[in-house]
Design a protein around this ligand. Structure first.
Ligand code: FAD
Length: 275
C-alpha cells in the first residue's frame, strides 16, 4: 500500500479561547505530518476576515501549508479576484474552490452560480492548484444522482487538480463514485473526507443537513454507549479507522480529516491506520 497523503481541515476561531485551542490542535496534529491544513470560509464570505487571519496564523507554523477554502455564491468577480491576488501575494499555492450555500436573507447568487464557475475563474487567474468537492452519497440539492455525477465531471474538466469528498460512513459509496469517475475519464486524486466522531449527537445533526448517511448499525452501536462518552469515542474511532483502512487498501490516495479544531478524535483514528 502506498503511503497516503494526510491533510487536516480547520475552521477560523471566533475568539482568543478558540485560537488557543486551534494552536494546541495544530501542535498535536503536526505529529501526522499533514501535507496541508485547509481553512473553511463562511457562506457568502461571512468569515472572510477570520479566514484570512487563520490562513496567516497557520502558514508556516509547525511546518503547515495553509490552503484556504473559497466559496463563490453571492460574491462578485472583483471580490474574488482581490482575494486571489491577496493569497497569491502571501505565497498560497492551493485553494479549495466551492459554491457554498446562499445565506438566509441573501437573494442574489451573483456572478458565480456553481463551483465549476469558480474553478474556471481561478484556472484563468492562474498560479493555484485547485481542489473541489465531491459527494459519494450525492449532494443533498442534486436534481438526481446522474445529474450530480455529470456536473462533477464538468467541474473537474473545468480545471480541478484533486477532489475532496464530503464525509461518509458507507465506504462503498466512495468506491462507486471512484469507479464511475474513472469510467468517465476523470483521473484526478479523490481524497477521502473523514469526519471523526467526537460528539455523536453533533455529527448526527450535521449528517442530517449535509446528506451523509449514518448506517443503522453504527447509530445503534454508538447509541448503546450514549452514557459512556469515552467508550463511545473509542468505538467510533475503531469503526471509522476500519473504513479508512479498507479504502486505503483499495488504493485511495489520501485522507482529509475534518478536525473541527480538535486533535484527539483525529489522532484516535490515525493511531489505528495500517500505515
Ligand atoms: P457544486 O459543485 O457547485 O454543486 C452544488 C450542487 O449544484 C449539486 O447539487 C450539483 O449537482 C449542482 N450543480 C453543479 N453544477 C451545476 C450546473 N452547471 N447546473 C445545475 N446544477 C449544478 N461550505 C462552506 O460554506 N464553507 C466551506 O469552507 C466549505 N468547505 C467544504 C469542503 C468540502 C471538501 C466539502 C465537500 C464541502 C464544503 N462546504 C463548505 C459545503 C459546500 O459549500 C456545500 O455542500 C454547497 O451546498 C455546495 O458547494 P459545492 O462547491 O460542492 O457545489
Amino acid at each position: 500500500m502506498k503511503t497516503p497523503e494526510i491533510s487536516v481541515e480547520f475552521f477560523p476561531p471566533k475568539n482568543s479561547a478558540g485560537e488557543e485551542r486551534l494552536r494546541e490542535s495544530m501542535a498535536a496534529l503536526a505529529a501526522l505530518h499533514p501535507a496541508y491544513a485547509s481553512v473553511t470560509y463562511g457562506a457568502g464570505g461571512s468569515t472572510q476576515e477570520r479566514t484570512l487571519a487563520t490562513v496567516r496564523l497557520i502558514q508556516g507554523q509547525n511546518g503547515y501549508e495553509a490552503v484556504p477554502h473559497l466559496t463563490c455564491i453571492g460574491s462578485t468577480e472583483a471580490g474574488i479576484r482581490e482575494l486571489l491576488q491577496r493569497y497569491r501575494d502571501w505565497g498560497v499555492r492551493r485553494i479549495v474552490a466551492l459554491r457554498g450555500d446562499l445565506p438566509e436573507g441573501m437573494e442574489n447568487p451573483g456572478f458565480f452560480r456553481h463551483a465549476s464557475d469558480l474553478v474556471a475563474f481561478i484556472r484563468d487567474f492562474g498560479g493555484f492548484e485547485i481542489f473541489a468537492s465531491a459527494y459519494p452519497e450525492v449532494h443533498p440539492q442534486a436534481q438526481h444522482a446522474r445529474a450530480d455525477l455529470d456536473y462533477l465531471v464538468a467541474k473537474t474538466e473545468a480545471g480541478v487538480d484533486a477532489l475532496i469528498t464530503q464525509y461518509f460512513y458507507n465506504p462503498d459509496a466512495y468506491l462507486q463514485l471512484r469507479d464511475q469517475l474513472e469510467r468517465r475519464g476523470v483521473t484526478v486524486p479523490i481524497l477521502i473526507g473523514v469526519m471523526p466522531i467526537h460528539n455523536f449527537e453533533q455529527i448526527a445533526r450535521f449528517s442530517a443537513q449535509c446528506g451523509a448517511e449514518i448506517p443503522r448499525y453504527l447509530r445503534l452501536l454508538l447509541e448503546a454507549y450514549a452514557d459512556e462518552p469515552e467508550a463511545q469515542r473509542e468505538v467510533a474511532a475503531e469503526v471509522v479507522a476500519r473504513q479508512c483502512n479498507l479504502l486505503l487498501r483499495e488504493g485511495a490516495p489520501g485522507l482529509h480529516f475534518y478536525t473541527l479544531n480538535q486533535a484527539e478524535a483525529t489522532l484516535a483514528i490515525a493511531q489505528r491506520l495500517d500505515i
